[in-house]
Design a protein around this ligand. Structure first.
Ligand code: B12
Length: 209
């Protein structure tokens, strides 16, 4: 149902379906996962050449509206006290944010305090936020390889400013792998948001022991 709505750009139908499922008490995380699956199908169709770039961009907008509808339900379920602080960014040169925002939404649902800096983020903005927020984690999300250089540059500045030791560094997103993790000197890498959430929960548990 959601898949067809995303592929055929039936925005109103998708939003009505999602609202209906929320009203019936369906789990917000399950609905989010269904929307993520629909977006993956859209991506596959784009790669096959059966969907245009503009159509994929519209699907991405529908996805964001779905996340906005689901957010209040997830906020209600979250613990009242923050269990850890995370700074998230898509580095300079990259404007993909669907995966990053899914990760942010899941973290918020678990009770993390997320500082989501958005896309195409300048290294100085990350450095300033780390200095101000003193996070437990910094996460970079990348979908294009050209963003790797700015990820490395940001990390190098964090090291030279003596800030790198105070948080765990995570890299995620479709094009990331263990080679990039080692190149950047990250502590953790994944292409699965749930794995990232588990890593954050485990790390905070160890920190608080
Ligand atoms: C949707 C999409 C777009 C949308 C983005 C909309 C948006 N708001 O994000 C639009 C249409 C705007 C777009 C634009 C472009 N795109 Co594009 N796009 C895609 C596509 C189809 C899907 C990406 C996606 O959203 N996947 C779904 C999400 C949910 O997956 P994900 O990001 O991996 O996230 C998951 C995990 O990785 C994890 N995660 C994500 N981030 C993080 C971070 C942390 C810390 C953690 C722990 C976990 C985590 O959580 C998520 C859930 O599990 C991919 C192809 C593909 N099939 O992957 C191409 C792709 C990424 N795009 C590509 C390209 C080239 C571009 C453009 C340059 C195209 C152009 N010619 O203009 C521009 C980018 C311009 C720029 N400077 O960034 C290439 C990149 C190639 C490369 N290797 O560098 C791809 C691979 C397509 C291809 N095969 O050529 N794109």
């Amino acid at each position: 149902m959601l898949v067809n709505g995303f592929v055929e750009l039936k925005r109103d139908e998708v939003l009505e379906t999602v609202k209906g499922r929320v009203e019936q008490g369906d789990d917000a995380l399950k609905i989010l996962d269904d929307a993520r699956h629909a977006m993956t199908v859209v991506g596959d169709k784009f790669q096959e050449g059966t969907l245009f770039l503009a159509e994929m961009m519209l699907s991405a907008e529908i996805f964001k509206e779905v996340v906005t509808i689901l957010q209040p339900g997830m906020d209600k379920a979250r613990p009242s006290e923050s269990i850890g602080k995370i700074v998230l960014a898509t580095p300079k040169g990259d404007i993909h944010d669907l995966g990053k925002d899914i990760f942010a939404t899941l973290l918020i649902a678990q009770g993390f305090d997320v500082h989501n800096l958005g896309v195409d983020v300048d290294p100085s903005k990350v450095v300033d936020t780390v200095r101000e927020v003193k996070p437990d984690f910094v996460g970079f999300s990348a979908l294009i390889t050209t963003a790797f250089a700015s990820m490395k540059k940001t990390t190098d500045i964090l090291i030279s400013e003596d800030l790198r030791g105070s948080f765990k560094l995570m890299v995620g997103g479709g094009v990331t792998n263990s080679v990039l993790k080692d190149h950047v000197g990250a502590d953790f890498q994944t292409i699965d948001a749930m794995e990232g959430v588990s890593y954050c929960l485990k790390t905070m548990k160890e920190k608080n022991q």
